[in-house]
Design a protein around this ligand. Structure first.
Ligand code: SF4
Ligand code: SF4
Length: 344
């Protein structure tokens, strides 16, 4: 196989479990289409454990919990984490809105179980204006209780808003609420500095949810460029370039839906298109799904050059002229176009 060939091969880096699409926060900017997902379905723990072992046999060494809100599925997280640890697989830091901070007993019980299982991955805590249904006091309680079990230096806080000042105001409220729990806390330029650890803060612009109309003013848009150099840029103004998101240098993971549907990526818009579903782990082994994915023309183009290459190869270059907040939003537009779907 030439190096050119390798760059076109779908290359998942691990497994993302979405145990349920249940989330009570219903944030305005959320990418989960709450209008048409069944939030009562849960991925079976035994299925997930089996998939971890199958993934390990395929050479995958990492996994992550995502959602909606994964911490509401405590049994799933604890049991599947234990199995991953037994298999020497690495758990990545999961996102959380800290909803469990509203239920101190449940929160403590969850952390005790996770801690006993050997959890050290931390959490990626959301704190921005879009998460307004989660009071900062709950976020503060989540962090304060966590500090009794885990190293807060492993945590990060993500603020997703085009208005960084608005996020900083909310972070100041959070710092105040943390101090109320008895832990010293202040906000510096990129950390929540507490007496229990430094929590790094990241600011980024929200991606536009595909399932509901929100005003353009809530987002910043990026142009699309077919120049390969654009794919190597990471600054805020970088255009969406031909980055091989599902290739060896990309960000592809197997994403498991609550019903077992297995998607080829964990991208922001994967949930909108059945074109990225490559199988179902409740009916077949992950290895069979992987084999099938490797033969997909669509996935191989995405592996080579992401949605920019997909648009060009499908003769849908006109879609590159649209307004997009993120590569995956362009991808969602392409995967709704009949010219592109012919390739799958
Ligand atoms: S907390 Fe996260 S999963 Fe829940 S609605 Fe908000 S963005 Fe979506
Ligand atoms: S651009 Fe498409 S294939 Fe790539 S990560 Fe995003 S949704 Fe997945």
């Amino acid at each position: 196989m030439t190096s050119m060939d390798k760059s076109s091969v779908y290359t998942p880096k691990g497994i993302v479990f979405s145990p349920s699409y249940n989330c009570p926060a219903h944030c305005d900017h959320c990418n989960i289409p709450f209008d048409n997902v069944d939030t009562s379905i849960e991925l079976q723990i035994e299925t997930a454990k089996r998939v971890l072992a199958e993934g390990k046999a395929l050479g995958l060494h990492a996994f992550q919990f995502a959602g909606a809100e994964p911490t509401l599925c405590e049994d799933f997280m604890v049991e599947v984490f234990k199995e991953g640890r037994r298999l020497s697989m690495k758990a990545h830091r999961p996102p959380t809105n800290c909803w469990l901070g509203g239920d101190p007993e449940r929160l403590r019980n969850f952390f005790e179980r996770l801690s006993d299982a050997g959890w050290s991955a931390g959490f990626r805590v959301s704190c921005d204006a879009f998460h307004a249904r989660v009071p900062v006091e709950w976020t503060a309680r989540f962090l304060a209780t966590a500090s009794e079990f885990f190293d807060l230096n492993r945590f990060i806080i993500g603020c997703c808003d085009i208005d960084e000042d608005r996020s900083r105001r909310r972070l100041e409220l959070l710092a105040h609420a943390v101090r109320e729990t008895g832990i010293e806390a202040s906000v510096d330029c990129n950390c929540l500095v507490t007496s229990a650890g430094r929590i790094k803060i990241g600011f980024w612009a929200p991606t536009r949810p595909t399932w509901k109309a929100l005003p353009d003013s809530a987002f910043s848009f990026r142009r699309v460029s077919t120049d390969p150099e654009a794919a190597a840029r990471y600054d805020r103004d970088a255009p969406i370039g031909p980055f091989g998101c599902l290739g060896p240098g990309g960000v592809g993971y197997f994403w498991l839906d609550p019903n077992g549907d297995t998607r080829a990526c964990c991208g922001n818009s994967n949930i909108f298109s059945s074109a990225l579903v490559v199988g179902n782990v409740t009916r077949e082994p992950l290895g069979a799904i992987y084999e099938r994915a490797l033969t997909s023309q669509l996935l191989n183009i995405l592996a080579r050059g992401g949605p920019v290459s997909l648009a060009i190869e499908a003769g849908a270059g006109d879609l590159l002229e649209g307004k997009y907040t993120h590569r995956c939003e362009l991808c969602a537009a392409l995967l709704a176009d009949p010219r592109v779907l012919k390739l799958s």
